[in-house]
Design a protein around this ligand. Structure first.
Ligand SMILES: NC(=O)c1ccc[n+]([C@@H]2O[C@H](COP(=O)([O-])OP(=O)(O)OC[C@H]3O[C@@H](n4cnc5c(N)ncnc54)[C@H](OP(=O)(O)O)[C@@H]3O)[C@@H](O)[C@H]2O)c1
Length: 231
């Protein structure tokens, strides 16, 4: 049985991003969605993964607005003002690795830790945007060391938390979702405009997948198409 009940309350974390904004737009016009709240670095309640204490503070500030039946975290970086993805071992440096781990893995798992307290214990879904390039088994091209490693770390953290949730939150599905290549700020330096899909298409595909999730799907890595991906 599908976990996402109607009507539902939703929370989008990273709502300033390309895919995050697309989720906001879709949910704002979805008749089944009673309310959707967006959080980002500059929202009224801010969340900034360079300041991990902001994660717990944001979750605490939202307590009275829950419970949420759906939380989607879209925060993630591939490149920053300081870093472009590494092409070869020679490019690896600890600062870049640390930064990407902080934003793509540590921030998201602390978000699961603190925001899972706001989930509806009766039925809820928490989805974090990962990336297929974080799949160790699927890695054929190499390169992008810190992005791949940070998304692989995120995948392991999600899988591990999902095993714990099966005991502590049996009516919650915790999943990693791959959006496909999307025309966005993140993909822009990598021909995103040419090879990426429109963000609204990606978000509506992912929402369709989310709407079909049931308890047994918790702890899986799923693509926007519904395909199960190897970890
Ligand atoms: N686009 C693709 O082709 C693609 C493919 C596979 C996976 N993904 C994943 O999809 C997710 C969304 O990507 P997107 O394409 O929508 O990228 P985007 O437009 O660059 O959005 C990234 C989001 O992350 C936020 N963010 C970055 N650093 C942050 C920090 N230190 N603290 C808090 N928030 C921070 C940004 O906030 P600001 O607005 O404040 O910068 C923004 O909301 C990411 O997790 C990405 O890895 C994307």
């Amino acid at each position: 049985m599908a976990l996402l009940s109607q009507p539902f309350n939703a929370l989008i974390i990273g709502s300033s991003g390309t895919i995050g904004s697309a989720f906001m737009a879709l949910l704002q016009s979805n008749p089944g969605c009673t309310s959707v709240i967006g959080l980002h670095r500059h929202s009224e309640i801010p969340i900034d993964y360079q300041q991990p204490e902001s994660i717990e503070a944001a979750a605490t500030a939202l307590t009275s607005q829950g419970p949420f039946q759906l939380i989607i975290n879209t925060i993630g970086v591939l490149h920053t003002a300081d870093w472009m993805p590494e092409k070869r071992l020679e490019d690896i440096n600890s600062d870049q690795l640390m930064d990407l781990m902080k934003i793509n893995a540590i921030g998201p798992v602390l978000t699961i830790k603190h925001f899972s307290k706001l989930l509806d214990p009766q039925n809820s879904i928490m989805a974090s945007l990962s990336a297929k390039v974080g799949s160790i088994e699927d890695n054929r091209l190499g390169g992008w060391y810190s992005y791949r490693a940070s998304k692989a770390a995120l995948n392991m953290l999600i899988k591990t938390a999902a095993i714990e949730f099966a005991r502590t939150k049996p009516n919650t599905a915790l999943v990693a979702i791959h959006p496909g290549t999307v025309n966005s700020r993140l993909s822009q330096p990598f021909r995103g405009e040419q090879i990426g899909r429109p963000p609204l298409d990606a978000a509506s595909d992912m929402l369709r997948v989310i709407e079909s999730l049931n308890k047994e799907d918790s702890g899986t890595f799923i693509a926007y198409s519904g395909e199960r991906l190897p970890w």
